[in-house]
Design a protein around this ligand. Sequence first.
Ligand SMILES: *Cc1c(COP(=O)(O)O)cnc(C)c1O
Length: 424
Amino acid sequence: MRYQRSSALFDEAYQYIPGGVNSPVRAFKSVGGVPVFMKSAKGAYLTDADDNVYVDYINSWGPAILGHTHPEVLEELKIQAEKGFSFGAPTELETEIAKFITENVPNIDQIRMVSSGTEACMSAVRLARGFTGRDKIVKFEGCYHGHSDSFLIKAGSGAATFGNPNSPGVTAGTAKDTLLARYNDFEQVEELFKQNPGEIAGIIIEPVAGNMGCVLPENDFLQKLRILCDENGSLLIFDEVMTGFRLAFGGAQELFNVKADLVTYGKVIGGGLPVGAFAGRNEIMDHLAPKGGVYQAGTLSGNPLAMRAGLKTLQLIKNDFEFFNRLEETTEVLDIEIGKILTEKGIHHTINRKGSMMSVFFDTDKVSDFDDAQKANHYTFNKFFHHMLENGIYLPPSGYETYFISDAIRDEEINMTLDAVRTF
Ligand SMILES: *Cc1c(COP(=O)(O)O)cnc(C)c1O
């Protein structure tokens, strides 16, 4: 049996870990079947507990943009491990990475390191509230900003403009400060500002959404949000946890030429170790403790191993002038060729793509918001997922996720992927 050992490991994990996993999507709940347990990864490939090998299109949900276990990053980690794992005191290394990032990313003067994307977004919103003295934030349905209470909110029913808790344990009190709008629906955002004058601290958005599948901003949506924030004294927060150092070195800010007031990072910035960060101009970041009054802290923030992995990853990307072109070309080939094969087979679909992020949606012509993503045929996606898995291609186990293409995926891996699509 192909997944015998994974199956046994999952049964055992289930007794000691809630649902058998440490993050829900890993449980394969939406696609069904037994989650595959991994034991090692190198370059473009993952090896599971049964020694099946896969071309990886998740890449740890983005961090492994260079491919897994890059030798130069590994070397840095070995050197740092000898010097110490964690000091709980400042290090020169933290300044080095902060300097490198602020000098190479537009519109940010200072950056604060944390340990996850969740922490980064939670802290950025607190800072936006502290800076503006306002309570409310606007977020978009289908965007994910980590699991802090303010973000686990769904749209209210009917005429209600404020959100409802999307998880037991989130209070109605928290929910009332999060306003929901449809992605790409600028008029709805304008309406929220009209209904809540002088109360909105900021808008938080995935500038290219990746958590409802890949969904692109349309009709100058980001530019319009920028202007709306300026007119209302609100901050524009780009959640670049997924897009940062992936769409371009300067992320979506650079790609779309739109300035954000606060930017959050995660995933690639840690090169595979647990890292998040948030950044902005001096006038805003100066409000953070210890200089300012907005409190935020972390025992392992700026951890030297994580900083080494992150800095080396970012340097390798920055010093490779063809890096983003190459990733984009790989993804474009996948987009076009997968599209061709599915069309030849008469399988109705649409593919969304930006840079090295892409998603295949079935039985639909257009996906530009969460409603559209929900209308796609997820039953077919689940069949597609399992077919690909059986054929050695590891896709995200949900139709609401994006594929993360790494630089280790080259012609050979593309051909393996297309062969698998041909037999779907
Ligand atoms: C992954 C992700 C987060 C959360 O990051 P974690 O490190 O999982 O806490 C936040 N925002 C976006 C856009 C993400 O993709």
